[in-house]
Each structure stands twice: as C-alpha cells, then as structure tokens.
Write a protein of this length. Structure first.
Lengths: 700, 545
C-alpha cells in the first residue's frame, strides 16, 4: 500500500474542489431561505470555483504520475481501512468534466427553476450530488467508492422526487433508489469477495497503476483455485468461480447505476425530475459512474465476465435504441437514448476497448447534456404557454410540438449540433468515439469469428443506425412542420419565445464541445488525439487487445456514416414531410417498442407483486402461526389451570369436604341413637346381647 | 465508586420524588432529566478515562473501574461458604453500552414529558428501571447480574401496563412472561455454575463471572467441569445445554425469530419513552449477555452452535424485514425493523471474527440510537392525533416539514446510507460473516449474501413508507381537524432529535470513536472463543464419541 500523508498542491486543489459543494449544500440547506436570491449564487459560485480548482488539478496531473493522499480511518486489527484520494488521468478527467457540466447546468437552472417553491432545496441537493459524484471519482478505495456510490444514489433520489407532491415523482424516486440498491447489494458482495481474498480495498494495491501490477493481476487461477499472496503476505485461495462472480457482482452494481439490462427500468421513470436534473445526473454524469467503476476494476474481469459484460451492453444498446424510436415523450426518447449509449460504453469495456469506452463517456456527456438542456428549453417555453393561456396539455409530448425552428432558433441549432454528434456524423465528436467502439466490435468478429461476437457487432451497428433515426425524428417533430398545439387550440394565439441568456449561454458552450476539434485534430480518427493518448487501459491478465486495422478501419465508419445519413433522410421523409409511414400504431412491433418491451409489466408481475404477497404471507404467518402458537400456549396454560382449579375444587377439596360432610352425616346418624331414654337403652342392650349369643353359636 | 454512583444515583432521587408532595409534581420531570444528564456526564468521564489498551476479556486485569466488596457471606456447614460479591467493572464490551444507555435514558426522559397521569408513580418506576439498566452492564457477579436483570422487568411491566395503549395489559403480561420464561431457566444454570466453580483464593463457591470463564476454577467432577469428564443431561453435554439455555434467555431479549412476538406488541402498546428504552437499551441487554455470558463462560457452545446462530440471525433479518413490509401501523413497522436490524448482531457474533464481533457491537450502539429516534418520531405523530396507521396519512412533508426532515434522516440512516452509523455496523457484520468461511470455517458464504438482501428490503419498506405517508398531496383521514393538530416539532422535540441525528452521523463518519473503545476486548473475546472454545469442544467430542 502506498502510504502518503503529504499533500501536494494538486491534491489540495482536489480536496478543496471536493469540499466546496458540500459546504454549499450545508449553507443552502441550513440558511437557504434567508440568503439573498435564496442562495442560488452560493451553489453556482462554489461550483464554478470547484471547476477552476479541478482545471488546475487536471493541468498538473494529466499525463503525469498519479498522486495519492491517505488517512487511516478504521482499524480492527485484521482489516485496515483508509480514506484517501487518488489523482490520475482518469479521475482528473472526470472531475473537470463533472464540475464543468455542473457549472453550466446550475446557471441554466437559475432560469429554469425560477419561481419554484423549493428553489433553495434544489440547489442544495444539486450541490450534494456534485459532492458525492466528485467523491466517487476521487476515492482511492472500493469502500470509499461504495460510500459515495450510495450517496450519489441518495442525492439522485432526492432530485427525482423534487416535485414530491406528484405521485408519479414519488414513485419514480422510490423505484430509482430501490433498483439502484439491488445493484449496490451486488456491488457490496463483490467487495466482500475482494476483501476476503486480498485483505484490502485500496485501488492501487488491488489494481496497480501504470505498468505496476496490483494484487489482482498477480493472482493466478490454478486448477480450480484462485490464488494470491494477499496484503498480509499469506497465500490465500478461493474457488475460481469467485473470480468471475466478484467481477459480475461489481458489474451488476455498475449496471444498475448505468441503467443496463436488466436493471435499466428506473432511468426512464427518473425523467419525473426537473429536466435540468435529468440532463446533469441522468444523462451526463451519474449514469456514467457505472462505466467509470467497471473501467476502474477492469483487471478483475476474467474472460467469462468480459463476454457477459459485452453481451449485456450490446443487448441494452440495441433494446433501448429500438424503444427510443416510438416514444412520444421528448424526455423519454432522450432517456432511452442514454441507456443505449451507455450500452455502447459497457460493450466497449467488455470488448477490452477500455479507452474507447471512456472517450465515448466524455463526448456523450457533452452532447447528451446538451440534448436534455435543449429539450428543457422547449419544455420550459411550452410550460409557460400552458400557464399563460390556462390550457391543459402535456408539455413534453412530441405530438403537440412542431414548427419551433423559427421561434427558437438558438435552441434549434444547438439541438441540431447535438443530434449530429449523437448520430455520429463526421466532424462531430460522436463520430470519433462511437465508431471506435463499432470498429472494435467488428475487429473482434474478424479475429475470433465466433457467432457471439458477430451478434454483438450486429446489435451495436443496428443501434447505431437507429440512433440518427430516433434523434432526428425528435428534431423534425419539434422544429419542423406546423405547430400542432396551435391547431388543437385555434382560439388562442400561442406565441413561443426563445429562452433567455441564462439558458442560452450554457447551451451554446456545450454545443461547442460537439465538434471534433476538442478531442482530436484529425476529424476522422482520434487515436492520436490527446484524450486517447492519456487514457491507457490498465494491465489485465484476461484482456485481449484488439488492434484496429485494415478493412474494418475504413469500412466500418464509412458504412455506418452512409447508413446514418440514410436514416436521417428517411426520418425527414416520415416526420417532416409526412410522406412515409413505417408501422401503424396498433402493429405488434410498434406496441412492443412503445411499451418498452413490457419490462415494467413483467417485473411487476414476477418481482414486485410476489414480494408484496410474500410479505403479506409472512405478516399473516407471524400473527396467526408464530404469535398464534404463543397465544395457544397461553390459552392452554389458562385452560390447564382451570382444569387444575376444577380438580382442586371438586376432587381435592371435594375429598376434604366429603370427609367433613361424611363425618357430619355419620354423626347425625349416631346422634339419633342418643335419645336419653333408659328403656330404649335397655332394649338395645338386650338385643345386642342376643345378637352376640347368636353369632357365637353360629360361628362355632 | 464511580460505577456505584452511576447505578444508584437514580435510587437516591427516586426517594426524593417519593417523599415530595403531590403539589410538587411539576418538578418530577426536571429531577428525572437532571439524573439522566448527570449520568451522561458520568459516562463521559468514564469514556475519557477509559484505557483502550486493556484486552483480557476473561480476567480481572482486563476490567476497569473495578469495585469489589464481599456482600453476602454465609457459612453453610458441610456445603462450605456462600459467597456473593458486590463486584462491578467495565471493559470494552460494556463501556459503549453504558454510554448508549445514559444517552437513551436522557432522550427517554425528554420524551417522558408527555406523560400526564400519575406522574409520581411513573417517575419512581422510571428511575428504578434506570438503576437496573446501569447495573446490568456493570455487574460481574452473576448473582448481582441476575438481580439487576430481573429488576428491569418489574418497572417495565408496570410502565407498559399502566401508561400504555389500548391493549397494554395483554402486551405487558406477554412481555413479562416471555422474558421470565427465559430467565427462570437461566437461574438453574447460574445455580449449576455456582456449585461448579470455586474462588481460587478463598476456596468458597462463587458467583464471580470471571472465575466461571476459567476452566481451572471448576471443581473436579462437578456438572460443568470439563477437565474430568462431562455430565450428560438428556443425552446432551451439560455445558452445551447450558449454553443453549442461556442463549435462549438472552435471545428472547434480542429478540430472535421465532421468539420475537412480544416485541411488536410491547412496542406498539408502550408509551413513547418506554418504547425508546425497550428498543434503545433493553434489546442490547440480550446482545450484551450473549457476548459476556454465553461466549465468555461457554465458548465451545458458540463454536458448536455457530451455524445455527448465523442461521437465526439471517432468518431474523429477512423475516423481520418482510413483516415490516407488511405492517400497516408505523410503530409496528419500526418494531419489526428492529427485529431485522438486531439479526445483524447475531450474524456478527456467530461469525466469530473480529470484524463480525465489532460489527455486532457497533450495530447495538447504532440501532440503540436510531431506533430511539424512530420511536420518538412515531410518538410525535401519535401524541398529536392518536393515530399511527400509515394509510391515514399522506403528504406529511407539506404539513410538517421539519419533522419530515428528521424522519428522512432517521429512515435513511436506518436503511444503511453511508455516512450514518448503521452502514458501518451492517457492513462489518457482513464482512465478518463472509470472511468466516475462509478464516474459521464456521459460517457459509451464503449467509452474508442473504443478510445483504435484508439491507435491500430495508430500503424497500422505509422508502415505501416515505412515499405513502410523506409524499403526494396532503390528505389525512382526520381531515381539517388533523391539519390543525399536526403541528410541526416544538423546541423540546427538536432538542431531543438533534443529538440523536448528530450521534448517528458522528458514528458513521468517525466510527473509530467506538471501534477503538471495544477493539482490544473484542479481539480477545474472539480469540478466546476460537481457541478455548475449539479445544473444549474437542474435549467434549472426545469424551462423547
């Protein structure tokens, strides 16, 4: 274990960046209502300062040796737990990304959340989220990651349920927390296995850094055993399946947070939160934490775990993309799109394309955040319209929008840029990162030639073609054609404005980052871009490095690009020009997609309902059987006591009373003889004498 | 002297209250509060002066603040001398629980201000209970321990039976009989131990617990002697049977499934301060007894039954959680969540690892604070509208925002959110249970995994309650009347709740505050149990088969 308690300047900067949001949370949480502007400036300024510190940190750490800071925390003799920070390329990149996007979203929120009754609470919770997220990426041990992991889930719970008096929001927040908890439990079990095997949870000790091997890489699978010389210096062995299980458990934790099948169902519901929250937490940052985690523990995954991860990721990418095509709620389209894109990243990890996964995480964070903010801008304006004219309509429904291109030109342009980035159009960021993942998948198929790898590559490619279709469906439905709401309410003169600068400026800044130039000077190939140079996969005993070359390198991007453009044109034909119809709404396939493959219904039927039923059953069992048994004993004891009392009264006491009354009876019998008359006595005496004589005679 | 003062301070003020005239009733609650505050102060002095390095859990050298006086000494002719000592002392196991008790009693004293009937009787009984609780954690003479142990029952019976809810008499008698059932058999074991153990200094039979922990002090051929052979009772080695009897006696208090059904009734019917004491302190007497008595005197039983102990722990965790999920009364829900959380104590103890034992110990402290807080919070609603049905409330967050914030804290702390004490406690119990398979082969891996599922269920029932009672639009069964009656927290309530929340948070962030206190002792308890226990178990099995 690298013990260091010396704090270098970058570490100090990171600590300050970490603590500022916590401070903001406390200040606003305790005094928010009494502060000027209800304290929003505290959150915004602290976040921005945190961003500056992160930027400094990043400049000092990127491509330099990692730095550590640790304090002892808990020592029970056998396990020693420390808390500390680890600053390396990955964590430095993550903190600058998170603080930058959060700063922008906070500025945006000042306008978007204006007039909310719980305005200060919103900023308090957002600051708490930022603190947890920064802690998560800076943490230097799995235990600490787990702690912040749960805190991230908690702050997400608070933010999804921000409008808690809406039933749907209350339900959604509960669902999000519980589904995440399922993943957390799995994650925790993974931690238990690692702690038992290695005796430490320190990231550097476990996974090494740079070219130095950690305990995980040193451990060997020999026969049926997974052996290691652990941190205490003794040989430790577990059954070798525990290696796979440990990896999959931690992956399950990541799958919950990153909304991967089968734990993805909470994310679409989480759209009940404010759109600014969705944009920051449920698109750009928190959901990426799962990808971050699997990237961190990457050396732990053996070949079985890696293939399961890639299959899950590819399936999720395809499934979510196929759902996004038919959704009518603007936020749900984006939510499923997020799930799909996270699936790409997870697949990349499974395929060993470690740096491609993280690269996509970064580019996706910008354009997905922007997509949500743009959607929020539209929703915000429609919401105003609804209040102004006292109308009743769903302001997130794509079917009432249309023709907003002229009225909201800035929103339109930034969304268009983000859509291009998401679709992977050349010169945009998504082209670079997504195509790297696709290329890895097809390259793997080429080298291995197995059916599974082909299916993975195929699923990803299909998802990649669906992507431009669904996102441009959204663009065309919102911005092209006629304003359908006006048609529904012809009596009102509905005028939509562009959002103001608080919302416009953050969007425009984010829009800049959809362009390739920020990631690589070469618009069609990012391999020599600064990001990929700094993101090198950690050593792993199981990872088969895929070198992309030859036919795949040129054919995959080209074909994908062509298909994407074709998809955009068909979307235009269908939704802008209304000249094309694919499936009618009552078609089974359409229904299957729109109902999100019926996952919610299935889970309700096979998990939620049985659990509730089981709890009712145990409740009944406890009351009737267990407590019934106790009460039965009580009643039996009482009955037995009554029986004993009866015996006591009737038999025991009865005998006593009988003796008494018998004596009385006998006495009264003999009393009759005591008459006091001499003649009677004499007569009785003579009679007795005669009786004696007679008896003696007979007996002799 | 300090322990004697701690224990008997309430008795002194009990007498003061008893002689004060009725017209002075308004002073009683202040006197009671003063006693608790004093005790908390004393416990801080103990904390400050506690030597954290002493480790011997079975020798007098491992104990501190010892007071030992001969109390009852009778010459019994040929039977020898009856020797009962007034023997007090604390170590790493008891110090934490003592501090917890002082803290919980203070909170309960604050909650007692709601008692408006027959206050003199109430406070007399309350102070008597206080003495008994402090005494149990300090007594090292088994006879003295038993006296304090039984002395707890009497005031509790009356406190539930007189100041309780609608079914108070049923609940009180149920509670009383349940506990008595366990302790009667315990008395038999105590007598057996008494005749088996001799004071090595005086040669008289002794009730000294520490002597009972050393096999050298056993009389050759006596019923619990292990060196010269072992007695069989009903075909079972007497020592294992004794372990079982003592375990059941204490396990009823913990409580374990299926001996738990007194708890929901007692909690639901008891007035708020008594619920707080029941959950905060009384359940811990069970855990303390298992640590001190079962593991200390019969360590081989702990090894022999460890699988069953673990199983009971896991069953309690899951079963309690499922019942909490099914509960429709908020107080009942919390009572069952207690069953679930105390299961972790048992699981940790069963693992016989330092991590597990520390987790169990920490869970007792943590649960003591959090369950007190939860019951206090339920009391807040109940005192206002005399209703606790979950279905009768909706949108409480709008109605009572400050109250709801505390409920949030208590719920999330209880469901194991990192940063609060319960997370550390449950994590360590599970770490212990999981590592047991490779360190001492006592518990299988699946027990830790199933235990972890209990943590998930905890999230389910607490969050479901939040959703049903606190979120959504405001709607109460009592309508406009309730809206008027459901006022937010007053200053006294906030004063009681803030320290509990702060304490849970402090322990969650700096768990070493308590870990350091108990670590040396628990390390010794575990190694004593493993070493002595295994060798004695070996002896027993050799003799038997």
């Amino acid at each position: 274990m690298i013990e260091t308690q010396h704090i270098s300047t970058p570490l100090l900067a990171a600590i300050i960046a970490l603590l500022l949001p916590l401070l903001a949370f406390l200040i606003i949480g305790l005094f928010g209502r009494r502060l000027k502007r209800q304290g929003d400036w505290v959150a915004v300024s602290f976040t921005f300062i945190a961003f500056l510190f992160s930027a400094f940190c990043f400049s000092q750490i990127w491509q330099q040796a990692p730095q550590y800071f640790q304090l002892p925390w808990l020592n029970t003799g056998i396990i020693k737990l420390a808390i500390g920070l680890r600053l390396d390329n990955l964590s430095a990149l993550m903190i600058i990304l998170v603080t930058f996007i959060t700063s922008l979203v906070m500025v945006y929120s000042m306008e978007y959340m204006k007039g909310e009754t719980n305005y200060p609470r919103y900023f308090a919770h957002l600051s708490l989220f930022l603190f947890s997220m920064l802690g998560l990426v800076l943490a230097d041990s799995l235990l600490l990651i787990y702690i912040f992991w749960e805190l991230v889930g908690f702050s997400s719970y608070l933010l999804i349920g921000f409008w808690y008096n809406r039933d749907s929001a209350a339900r959604a927040s509960k669902k999000a927390f519980i589904v995440n908890r399922i993943g957390d439990i799995a994650f925790f079990i993974g931690i238990l296995i690692l702690l038992t095997q290695f005796g430490t949870l320190d990231l550097t000790t476990l996974f090494g850094s740079g070219n130095i091997q950690g305990l995980v890489q040193q451990s060997k699978v020999l026969g049926d055993h997974w052996m290691v010389i652990n941190s205490a210096g003794s040989i430790h062995a577990l059954n070798k399946t525990y290696l796979t299980i440990a990896g999959l458990c931690i992956f399950a934790g990541a799958a919950a947070k990153s909304a991967q099948f089968p734990l993805h169902t909470w994310l679409p519901d989480a759209m009940e939160g404010p759109t600014s929250v969705s944009s920051l937490i449920h698109a750009a940052t928190m959901v990426a934490a799962g990808v971050y985690l699997v990237a961190r523990v990457f050396p732990l995954f053996d070949s079985e775990a890696l293939s399961i991860i890639s299959v899950v990721g590819a399936f999720t990418a395809f499934m979510a993309a196929s759902i996004a095509i038919t959704q009518n709620d603007i936020k749900r389209v984006l939510a499923y799109s997020t799930i799909s894109q996270l699936g790409f990243m997870i697949t990349a990890i499974g395929l060993g394309a470690w740096s491609a996964a993280l690269f996509h995480l970064v580019t996706h964070a910008f354009f997905k955040c922007l997509l949500f903010l743009g959607a929020g801008s539209v929703i915000h304006q429609l919401h105003h319209l609804k209040h102004e004219h006292h109308l009743d309509f769903d302001h997130q429904d794509l079917r009432i929008m249309g023709g907003l291109r002229k009225k909201m030109p800035v929103t339109y342009i930034v969304l268009l840029l983000a859509a291009c980035a998401l679709s992977g159009i050349v010169f945009f960021s998504g082209f670079l990162s997504k195509d790297m993942i696709l290329m890895s998948a097809w390259m793997r198929t080429q080298t291995e030639g197995s059916g599974v790898t082909f299916l993975i590559a195929l699923a990803l490619s299909l998802a990649a073609v669906f992507t431009p279709f669904y996102i441009f469906r959204l663009i065309f439905k919102v911005f092209w054609g006629d304003f359908r709401l006006q048609k529904i309410h012809p009596a009102h003169n509905l005028i939509v404005h562009e959002s103001n600068n608080f919302m416009k400026v953050p969007m425009m800044l984010l829009a800049a980052f959809t362009i390739f130039i920020f990631y690589s000077f070469n618009p069609i190939h990012a391999a020599h871009g600064w990001i990929l140079e700094g993101l090198q996969a950690p050593l792993s005993n199981f990872n088969k490095e895929t070198v992309i070359s030859g036919f795949v390198e040129s054919a995959v991007p080209a074909i994908t690009l062509l298909l994407s453009i074709a998809a955009i044109f068909s979307a235009k034909k269908a939704y802008a020009d209304q000249k094309l119809r694919f499936l009618s709404e009552d078609n089974l396939l359409f229904q299957f997609s729109q109902r999100a493959w019926y996952f919610d219904a299935i889970y309700d039927r096979i998990i939620v309902e049985p659990t509730v039923l089981l709890s009712k059953l145990t409740g009944w069992f406890d009351k009737r059987i267990v407590d019934g048994f106790v009460n039965l004993w009580g009643n039996l004891t009482i009955s037995f006591a009554a029986f004993v009392a009866w015996i006591d009264k009737r038999i025991v006491d009865g005998f006593v009373n009988f003796t008494g009354s018998f004596s009385t009876w006998l006495g009264s019998l003999f009393r009759r003889t005591q008459t006091g008359r001499l003649q009677q006595y004499m007569a009785l005496g003579v009679l007795g004498l005669i009786l004696i004589f007679v008896l003696t005679y007979i007996l002799h | 002297m300090i322990l004697t003062v701690l224990i008997f301070l309430p008795i002194f003020f009990l007498m003061v209250i008893a002689v004060l005239p009725k017209s002075q009733t308004s002073w009683f609650k202040y006197i009671n509060l003063f006693v608790s505050a004093m005790q908390l102060g004393i416990s801080f002095i103990l904390y400050q002066n506690f030597d954290r390095s002493l480790s011997a859990s079975t020798k007098e050298a491992g104990f501190q603040f010892i007071e030992k006086h001969s109390w009852i000494g009778l010459q019994l002719g040929s039977l020898g001398k009856l020797q009962i000592d007034y023997f007090l002392g604390i170590d790493g196991i008891s110090i934490g629980l003592l501090m917890l008790s002082a803290f919980v009693m203070l909170i309960a004293s604050l909650a007692s201000w709601e008692i408006k009937t027959n206050e003199k009787g109430y406070y007399v009984l309350f102070l008597l209970l206080n003495t008994a609780i402090m005494g149990v954690f300090c007594a090292l003479d088994f006879f003295l321990f038993y006296i304090f142990y039984e002395l707890m029952l009497l005031p509790l019976y009356f406190l539930i039976g007189i100041w309780g809810g609608a079914r108070r008499e049923y609940a009180a008698i149920k509670f009383f009989l349940y506990t008595l059932f366990g302790s009667v058999f315990m008395l038999l074991v105590i007598i057996g131990l008494y005749f088996s153990v001799k004071d090595p200094l005086t040669g008289a039979h002794s009730f000294n617990m520490l002597y009972m922990m050393d096999t050298a002090n056993y009389v050759k051929g006596s019923i619990f002697d292990i060196s010269s052979g072992t007695a069989l009772l009903f075909g079972i080695p007497a020592r294992l049977l004794a372990f079982g009897v003592l375990f059941i006696a204490f396990a009823i208090k913990v409580p374990i499934v299926p001996l738990h059904t007194w708890l929901p009734d007692a909690h639901v019917e008891a007035p708020t301060p008594i619920s707080i004491i029941l959950a905060g302190v009384l359940l811990k007497v069970g855990g303390y007894g298992i640590f001190r008595v079962c593991l200390g005197i019969f360590p081989e039983g702990a090894i022999y039954f460890s699988w069953w102990l673990g199983l009971i722990g896991v069953v309690s965790i899951i079963y309690g959680a499922m019942n909490a999920l099914a509960a429709s009364d908020l107080k009942r829900l919390i009572a069952y969540s207690s069953v679930s959380h105390m299961g972790f104590v048992l699981l940790g103890i069963a693992s016989t690892t330092v991590e597990g034992a520390s987790g169990a110990m920490f869970q007792m402290i943590s649960h003591g604070v959090l369950s007190s807080m939860l019951f206090f919070l339920v009391g807040v609603i109940y005192i206002r509208v005399h209703d606790r049905e979950i279905a009768n409330f909706r949108g409480l967050l709008l109605q009572m925002p400050v109250f709801s914030v505390f409920v949030f804290i208590a719920f999330f702390a209880s469901l194991g959110l990192p940063g609060f004490s319960a997370f550390i406690a449950e994590a360590f119990s599970l770490i212990g249970a999981f590592s047991s398979a490779s360190s001492n082969q006592l518990l299988p891996h699946w027990m830790a995994v199933v235990g972890a599922v209990g943590v998930l269920l905890g999230a389910c029932y607490f969050l479901w309650t939040l959703q049903r009672m606190f979120f959504g639009a405001k709607h109460f069964r009592g309508g406009a009347d309730w809206v008027k009656q459901l006022t937010d927290l007053n200053a006294r309530e906030i004063l009681a709740l803030v320290p509990m929340a702060a304490f849970a948070l402090l322990l969650g962030i700096l768990p070493s505050l308590f870990f350091n206190l108990s670590n040396a002792t628990l390390t010794d308890v575990v190694s004593h149990t493993l070493k002595t226990g295994s060798s004695q178990l070996q002896t027993l099995t050799n003799l038997l088969f």
